[in-house]
Ligand binder design. Sequence first.
Ligand code: BGC
Length: 355
Amino acid sequence: MAVVGLALSVSACGGDDSGSEGGSGSGSGGEAEGAIGVILPDTESSVRWESADRPALEAAFEEAGVEYDIQNAEGSADRMATIADSMITNGATVLAIVNLDSESGAAIQERAASSGVRTIDYDRLTLGGSADYYVSFDNTVVGELQGQGLQECLGSDTANIAYLNGSPTDNNATLFSEGAHSVLDEVSGYENVGEQAVPDWDPDEAVTIFDQLYTQAGGEIDGVYAANDGLAGAAISILERDGRAGEVPVTGQDATVEGLQAILAGDQCMTVYKSATQEAGALADAAIALVNGEDAETNGTTEDVEGGREVPSILLEPQSITADNVQDVIDDGGQTAEDVCTGEFASLCEDAGVS
Ligand code: BGC
């Protein structure tokens, strides 16, 4: 069934069903000459891809008046390759991907290049890839903000810290962890009492992994580095079981509705806000430059350690969010107060002055 559904949605690209998930947007319809294809990775590793990135990308492409087609690989590298082939066949000029792993991403980029299609790495760098540009946030800084946030929430110079890292196949996860360690390893009284990467950033698997870390540490955990809000939620669920949620600070990332609610409830210490509007806008600008045969404006390069090259990059600035500045995310349009302040969170929003 899934395969049939995919075939239909793939064949729909370049068509005029702009309302559907796989449909192409913007005015002209018909052949996707000069079209921009974007492939998002999945729906499980973070809610951001469908709830924040897709609408922000749609808005950016609509505003620019370019043909686009945004699809989601649903966590399957094979599916991403099939979608990419279809976009190339349908006349995409530029292909942007959020890779599921560097090897499959590099293969897609190689095929695109051999068809004269320019490529962009969106959010995650494809190691050993051939993307013309990399559009992301400064991911080492994301990790540093997480480390600093955890240190501030701990408020003590001695602590046992457990680390729940992101997917081992995601270069960002490596950078987040390196950034966090660069801060936390400097504090001599902090002890690393367990560290695991979570395959595919899967929050369900993270529950099992954190449960093991917690048990191995005999429950003696004072702080948790969790690489994103999904992993934070997994750690919090285990802490809750032991009546320790709120007592043990947990980091996060993505400023999801759940993450912000956990911050307001005191169960999560911080998250990192990365504006989807900014990132999608930067992607749209770079893609449109390529469509027009121009160079995109960059603000640096990023080292591809595997490919041994410096990838021209547009890197944005992430923001640390704690209970004190949840409002910043709402003011910036990252979430709405309506979504965050539902049910039991209404009074917490009121107390924190979030509206
Ligand atoms: C992104 C994060 C996201 C994670 C899981 C990372 O590459 O930068 O924002 O939470 O993937 O999807």
